[in-house]
Design a protein around this ligand. Structure first.
Ligand code: THU
Length: 153
């Protein structure tokens, strides 16, 4: 454990830059009329494909769905046999510049952990806000230690 890197966008590999760029592009498609908080996500699959997602809000607030979960569910629904290798999450807040990378909510951490179990491999997570700062995690285990999983069932 403890493979957390604080780096700059310019230090990312070309592949990771492209994944972050896709996540940034996805913020334009965010449906967030209630919070105004725009989240874009992109996943890199084991077959090299890149899929996106963005947050989807609802007038019935508890039904709002986070962008990273939309991206993961998009991948799981369309390419169930491909594992997710990397997940990029980006946010933009028109009301207030995000000076640090956005961090996934607790529910999303649990969902990411589920897919690590399902695929039997770590999912690298790359976070970005509205600056050049990037935080990279080798696995959700860094963000959700001592989590609940199927080994208890
Ligand atoms: N949101 C995400 O999409 N991902 C997160 O990790 C945190 C929050 C969304 C949910 C809601 O649409 C808006 O951001 C404000 O909470």
């Amino acid at each position: 454990m403890n493979s957390v890197k604080h780096i700059k966008y310019s230090e990312l590999s070309l592949l990771d830059k492209a994944l972050i760029d896709k996540a940034v592009a996805m913020t334009d498609a965010a449906y967030a009329p209630y919070s105004g908080f725009l989240v874009g996500a992109a996943v890199q699959l084991s077959n090299g494909m890149v899929l996106g997602g963005c947050n989807q809000e609802n007038a019935s607030y508890p039904l709002c769905m986070c962008g990273e979960r939309v991206a993961l569910y998009n991948a799981a629904a369309n390419y169930p046999t491909e594992s997710v290798v990397t997940l990029a999450i980006v946010a933009r807040n028109p009301k207030k510049k995000l000076t640090q990378p956005v961090s996934p909510c607790g529910a999303c951490r649990q969902v990411i952990a589920e897919y690590e179990s399902r695929y039997g491999s770590d999912i690298r997570i790359i976070l970005k806000g509205e600056t050049e700062d990037i935080i990279e995690f080798e696995s959700i285990k860094e963000l959700l230690p001592y989590g609940f999983d199927d080994t208890f069932l």
